[in-house]
Design a protein around this ligand. Structure first.
Ligand SMILES: [Mg+2]
Length: 225
């Protein structure tokens, strides 16, 4: 269990997508197949890059330096086939439902191509609204992303918004800089491997899964009422 946040409790919960809602194992396995390495090799090189603070493009530069991999994005999407129900982490539907039932505004917004917006909508998750960085015209960690998130939610006070993300750079640091409360979800490659930099304020919550989130937020609300 993470430490319970102090101060006014959030009434709005905004979820990142990759490794928060969606297990991206298939995304990377399809990329491995496309560039001709095993999923294990791809994952190992991705992990090494994360530890060294490198962007995902570094994986391709390392494994397939002569390949114009961005030109393969369409082929990737064809093989991947978009988000499927089985890509959702099993704790996602129960968590979002419990939050919605408890009266929290639930929103989904992450760094994703625009085509993932309709794919997420088809999963019919219990959320008030959802969008992607490409649809909003700004990507994390750009502050403009979080300004756009505030346009998606009812509250105008970023301090009442909890942003749930798996990365310390794009999520925890960037959301806190925008005045939001933060929940660092320590799952997936980034959640497991990244450290919290010294100059980043402790997240309000640090969790390894979403199961406890509704209970923790409800307790936080009761405590700050
Ligand atoms: Mg993510």
């Amino acid at each position: 269990m993470g430490s319970l946040g102090v101060g006014p409790a959030p009434d709005t919960v905004v979820f990142d997508v990759g490794e928060v809602l969606i297990d991206e194992t298939r995304v990377w396995a399809v990329w491995a197949e496309l560039i001709g390495v095993s999923p294990l090799t791809f994952a190992a090189v991705l992990g090494a890059g994360i530890v060294q603070g490198e962007p995902v493009a570094a994986v391709f530069a390392h494994l397939a330096p002569n390949l114009a991999w961005r030109e393969l994005e369409e082929e990737h999407e064809e093989r991947y086939g978009g988000f499927r129900e089985e890509d959702l982490y099993p704790d996602v539907r129960p968590c979002l439902s419990e939050l919605a039932t408890a009266g929290f505004e639930v929103v989904i917004a992450g760094n994703q191509p625009a085509r993932r917006g309709p794919q997420l909508e088809r999963l019919e998750l219990p959320c008030g609204s959802l969008s992607t960085s490409e649809q909003m015209g700004a990507s994390k960690p750009d502050p403009a992303f979080f300004t756009a998130v505030l346009d998606l939610v009812t509250t105008e006070d970023p301090g009442r918004v909890l942003y749930v993300g798996d990365r310390t750079d794009n999520d925890v640091r960037a959301a806190a800089a925008a005045g939001m409360r933060t929940c660092w979800l320590r799952r997936g490659p980034w959640g497991q491997l990244q450290d919290l930099p010294d100059d980043v304020e402790e997240p309000d919550l640090v969790l390894e899964g979403l199961g406890e989130l509704p209970m923790l937020l409800t307790a936080w609300q009761e405590e700050s009422a």
